[in-house]
Design a protein around this ligand. Structure first.
Ligand code: NAP
Ligand code: HSE
Length: 428
């Protein structure tokens, strides 16, 4: 059996896990794929850096072309991160007939269609299971497991850092700044945590999931994105008191072939299955017209969970090599993209207002909701102990986003409303 030779681009957290699994599970991998898998060369930035695994020094290189242009190498595993340079390396590897496995959600969310087209032209595989929700096999599930169904909703906790932060803020009352520092120390957050807390990391992952789930070419710009930087302890307390938890949720919904995708802090009813996903864990809830509710849960990051997905992709490439069917996967995208307008996006909302505490204020507020045809599920008023204002907590019935935005615009000009303190979408 001729070994399949792999060039590994990157030997950080994930690359190290790939080496450990390929070496540690060699017998099983050979039995399942039909060939030994050998890591031939590894690209790093600094060959002298101390590593947590023993690597034969001659395997390490700082020159990417020593790998990409090596005719002996069959598959490139890209776990170095970054976008522009990485895209160049991957396109060149494909041009030379090499198959590609990547964990790079930034790259796949921004340039996935171009890379997949090039792969098809070259009859090469490009697999990217690890790019979303680390160790959860959600990409293959959406492509293959749901091929017979029509998916109408995908909800994801797809960023472990923010889920860890919100869980700590909810369960232990830790402040935003303190818990962010802790998440960085634990290595959950990206090098620059802005993309975690501002929702961009989750938006990239939702771009990939909704492209596969709705079989349409979703772009990152199609995802309406709001991060968790504005979430306060007060909001979390109110959510809990009303029977909800606050989660940074990616939500992709489809109705009559039109869809919307967003990432935003959301109040989730505490009886919904996704409400109990805590800590650094990820989960993807998928609703299919025929299958109904499903949910996939597990580690969304980390050395071995992420590497598990990558090596499973490697096995898939090797099996395809044996069968001679690389690059023959049907494109997952064949539907026209029709995005909903704000008038067509419907959900319940939680709104917290700080208002003057005097007669007639509530009447003015409910009048504005009525004039925009937004119906209310509950209204609760209570004095604010720290100042003479009152707090009004409103949960709407399902309402269209544009109408709610018009209500909020009017609130911001109404004298008796001191502050529109918080607004959250409500799920479940
Ligand atoms: P990392 O720990 O920072 O490792 C990056 C590796 O790539 C290092 O070995 C580094 O070399 C090498 N590298 C980076 N830029 C390079 C360049 N320009 N030329 C040569 N080598 C370069 O990153 P990671 O956490 O393993 O993440 C890798 C990828 O997996 C990213 O796309 C990330 O988004 C994705 N991912 C990560 C996780 C996770 O849990 N960490 C989960 C899912 C997906 P040196 O070692 O010499 O510095
Ligand atoms: N920073 C990311 C997270 C890593 O917290 O989920 C995995 O993509």
């Amino acid at each position: 059996m001729k070994p399949v030779k792999v060039g590994l681009l990157g030997l950080g957290t994930v690359g190290t896990g790939v080496v450990r699994i390929v070496e540690g599970h060699q017998d099983d991998l050979r039995s399942q794929s039909g060939s030994p898998i050998v890591i031939e060369k590894i690209l790093v930035q600094n060959r002298e850096k101390a590593r947590s695994i023993t690597i034969e020094p001659s395997k390490l290189t700082e020159d990417p072309y020593e790998i990409i242009q090596d005719p002996e190498i069959d598959v490139i595993v890209e776990v170095m991160g970054g976008v522009q340079q990485t895209k160049e390396y991957i396109l060149e590897a494909l041009a030379r007939g090499k198959h590609v496995v990547t964990a790079n959600k930034d790259l796949m969310a921004m340039h996935g269609p171009e890379i997949l087209r090039k792969a098809q032209e070259q009859r090469c595989d490009v697999f990217y299971e690890a790019s979303v929700a680390g160790g959860i096999p959600i990409i293959r599930t959406l492509i293959d497991g749901f091929s017979s169904d029509r998916i109408t909703k995908i909800m994801g906790i797809v960023n472990g850092t923010t889920n860890y932060m919100l869980t700590k803020m909810t369960q232990e009352g830790v402040s935003y700044d303190d818990v962010l520092k802790e998440a960085q120390l634990l290595g959950y957050a990206e090098a620059d945590p802005t993309s975690d807390v501002e929702g961009l990391d989750a938006a990239r992952k939702m771009t990939i999931l909704s492209t596969l789930g709705f079989r349409a070419d979703v772009a990152l710009e199609d995802v309406s994105t709001k991060g968790m930087t504005g979430v306060s302890k007060e909001d979390i307390l109110y959510a809990n008191r009303l029977g909800y938890v606050l989660k940074l949720l990616g939500i992709a919904e489809r109705q009559d072939d039109q869809f919307s995708i967003s990432v935003q802090p959301t109040m989730v009813k505490n009886t919904h299955p996704i409400a109990s996903v805590n800590g650094v864990y990820n989960a993807v809830y998928v609703y299919g017209e025929a299958v109904g509710e499903t949910m996939f849960y597990g580690a969304g990051a980390g050395e071995l969970p992420t590497a598990t997905s990558i090596v499973a992709d490697l096995v898939a490439v090797v099996r395809n090599l044996k069968l001679g069917v690389n690059g023959l996967q049907q494109t997952p995208v064949y539907k026209e993209k029709k995005l909903k307008t704000d008038e067509q996006i419907s959900s319940k909302y939680f709104i917290l207002l700080h208002v003057e505490d005097r007669a007639g204020v509530l009447a003015q507020i409910t009048q504005i909701f009525a004039s925009h045809e937004v119906s209310l599920e509950s209204v609760l008023q209570q004095p604010n102990e720290s100042n003479p204002e009152a707090e009004i907590i409103i949960i709407t019935h399902d309402a269209n986003k544009a109408a709610v935005d018009r209500v909020l615009d009017q609130f911001r000009t109404l004298g008796v409303i001191r502050k529109v303190k918080s607004v959250y979408r409500v799920e479940g």
